[in-house]
Every structure is written in C-alpha cells, then in structure tokens.
Write a protein that binds this ligand. Structure first.
Ligand code: SF4
Length: 172
C-alpha cells in the first residue's frame, strides 16, 4: 500500500441510469490522485482529514455524472478508521446498505477489495455496482512533511503487481 490507480470510464457505463451513490476509499485513491496532480495529499490546517485533490476529483466526477442526468451523492467516511474500505466495520457496511437503497447505482473509487466490501454491503439491494478506478500497480514513494502541517509524496515509482509482471515478462 498505497495502490496506484487508472481512471475507468464509469460515466459512460452508468449513462442511462438516474442516480448513483459514490463510495470513495479515502486512502490509496486519494494518495494516487494527489501524486498524479503533483499536489499535497493533505493540508491539515486548510482541510482537516480531507485530501483536497481527491475532493476536487470527486466533485468533477459528480459534475460529469450530473451532465448525464444522474443525481449523485458521496457516501462519506469521515472517521479515520472508516477510511480504508477493505477494513470497514460492520456498522459502516450497514449504513451503506441503508443509503444505497435510494440509488440505482453505486460507484466505487478504490481497489478490488474496496469493491468487494461494497458488493457485500449492498447485496440485498437492487443497486448495481460500478468501478470508477482500476489498479495500476503499487506505489513506492517518499513521504514528506512540510510546514505548517502538509503531507506530500516525492520520488514516486509504480511497482507492477506480481501477476502484471509475469504477464509482461511472458509478452516480451
Ligand atoms: S480498500 Fe483498497 S484502495 Fe482502499 S485502502 Fe484498502 S487497499 Fe487501499
């Protein structure tokens, strides 16, 4: 961890539906977006426990979905122990199940494990689950603190996952 992501064309996939609940994992995707945009991951004094680049990314996604006629909402996980979708407590899963009933689709921003958490949480509803991102590899980076209290990453490298590496080696 953390994981690096590519965006998927989820806006085209959900076109034709009328509503979607966006469920972001606040950890790896937020780091990935901050690194790709070359911005600080977190500025504690400006936005406590929120990653501004990831918030902007989500807002842009909401705008694009609105243009396609979808009503959207973001399912927030503000407490630190709820940031990691792969380790959500049962209370948060039940809360998602309740909220998801009001939407046709759920869009997951996270890895396959995040999607599994969401699928498991909404399995008793009619909600369709879509992935907004795909895993591109592992991130290797140097974490840096800047004054007054900012966190960013430097010297970032993408490390392929073992399976990706095997496939690349076979195709050479
Ligand atoms: S759910 Fe996936 S993306 Fe989110 S913290 Fe866990 S490993 Fe990272």
């Amino acid at each position: 961890m953390p994981i690096e992501f590519n965006d998927l064309d989820v806006v085209s996939e959900v076109a034709g539906l009328s509503s979607a609940l966006i469920v972001p994992c606040n950890m790896c995707p937020a780091v990935s977006v901050a690194i790709r945009e070359k911005k600080s991951f977190m500025k504690f004094f400006r936005s406590f426990l929120k990653s501004i680049p990831f918030e902007q990314y989500i807002r842009t996604l909401q705008c694009r979905l609105r243009e396609k006629g979808l009503r959207t909402k973001v399912f927030r996980s503000n407490l630190y122990h709820q940031w990691f979708l792969c380790m959500w407590p049962s209370g948060q899963r039940k809360k998602l199940q309740k909220h998801a009933k009001q939407y046709e689709a759920v869009i997951v921003l996270g890895c396959d494990s995040a999607t599994e958490t969401v699928r498991d949480s909404v399995k008793s509803t009619d909600c369709k689950v879509f992935e907004g991102m795909e895993v591109a590899g592992f991130m290797n980076a140097k974490l840096r603190f800047h004054l007054p209290c900012n966190i960013s990453f430097e010297d970032c490298k993408i490390i392929p996952m073992s399976q990706q590496k095997k496939e690349e080696d076979v195709s050479v």
